[in-house]
Ligand binder design. Sequence first.
Ligand SMILES: Cc1cc2nc3c(=O)[nH]c(=O)nc-3n(C[C@H](O)[C@H](O)[C@H](O)COP(=O)(O)OP(=O)(O)OC[C@H]3O[C@@H](n4cnc5c(N)ncnc54)[C@H](O)[C@@H]3O)c2cc1C
Length: 408
Amino acid sequence: MGDLSLFLEDHHEMMRDMVRDFAEAEIAPVASEYDESEDFPWDNGAKMAELGLFGIPFDERWGGAGMDLLASVVAVEELARVDASHSIMVGAHTSLASTPIDRWGTDEQKRRFLTPLASGQVLGGFGLTEPGSGSDSASMRTTAEKKGDRWVLNGQKTWITHGGVGEVFMVGAVTSPEKGNRGITAFLMTKATCDLEDAARVGFGHSDELEAMTGFTVGKKLRKLGWNASDTRELIFEDVEVPEENVLGEIDRGFPIFLDTLDGGRIGIAAHALGIAQGAFDQTIRYTGEREQFDKKIHDFQGVRFMLAEAQTRIHAARVMTYHAARLRMEGKPHKQEAAMAKYFASEAAMDVTTMAVQLHGGYGYSREYPVERMMRDAKITEIGEGTTEILKIVIAREILKAYGETA
Ligand SMILES: Cc1cc2nc3c(=O)[nH]c(=O)nc-3n(C[C@H](O)[C@H](O)[C@H](O)COP(=O)(O)OP(=O)(O)OC[C@H]3O[C@@H](n4cnc5c(N)ncnc54)[C@H](O)[C@@H]3O)c2cc1C
């Protein structure tokens, strides 16, 4: 992996060792079964909660581990190295659901919502995307109307990670239609997990103290190319009454909260991509050192060595970009462009490296006997979620032009 001491401190390396041991022992043996069955990994989720993986960067006062963003990035990377359906559990929960409450919530909101999330009692999610608004998320149609001391939400979100299994969600709704993206508000919404029996069995995933809001329901599990064990669903709001104390930040000022959350989330997706690429690379080093053709190990062919050298260079660059963006965010420095560049680069590296891994496993790479085909399927979403590659290029170009004093 090379010397990363410019970025990582001892506690980050300890986190890496701890999560790597856990992932090898508990996730690697069952990852392909979960991929096939598409079941949510409740048992491993409970073990991850026990290890404190759902609250890594949050203050101990709110049930967190009191570490930092980089520790969480390293944990996601190490989980993704073995299985991305497990890493997205920590990633989506931490960067999309809990972080906005930590950064924008009142102490009372942190007590009520961040504490059960960070302590690993329940899972959380982030509701921005709708059937008609993905990249153009400001054109959302979900509405919130004020009635007395409550807001009444109507609408639908789609592609929501943890939609079914989660209990706390940050959801965007239009509160002032005439104001465009300056008329969107962020709401904290709660419901019971759809797998109450599993949650009770493993002792993780449900809190009786959170209100199950009437009219807040979910659709069927969406079937996907990869991330098969991750729970992705529609959220449906039919006259859901949300108390005004559940508004996160200010009325009509929710869109900047979503954008800030996405800046952090993109660093998280870069960490997933990096981990997937590293996992596929590790498998490939092992395989090309064992498999022989033409009386040679295949890693002794120069053509294969060139592929390995290119892959390692891309992984290293992705790692440096991801850790750098994480450090900037941790230190409160501007990081929009760096986060977008890290996700753009790391997600393309993940696609390229996993495709190379399948290629270098030959026919076996295409079979379900080896994990590289799953890794290749899991890599693709990193080029789509939390800003497609094309949207990231728009963000990067805008930041570049601003830096040059041009109209962005
Ligand atoms: C497995 C999974 C999990 C997800 N989890 C969540 C979640 O937890 N919460 C959530 O809110 N969302 C989630 N999403 C949604 C995800 O963020 C969106 O799918 C993504 O932002 C793209 O939106 P879209 O699918 O509507 O595609 P569209 O916006 O319709 O884009 C379609 C294509 O058009 C391109 N395009 C669009 N606009 C432009 C432009 N201006 N210039 C150039 N090209 C453009 C895009 O790059 C893309 O290639 C998830 C999606 C998936 C698949």
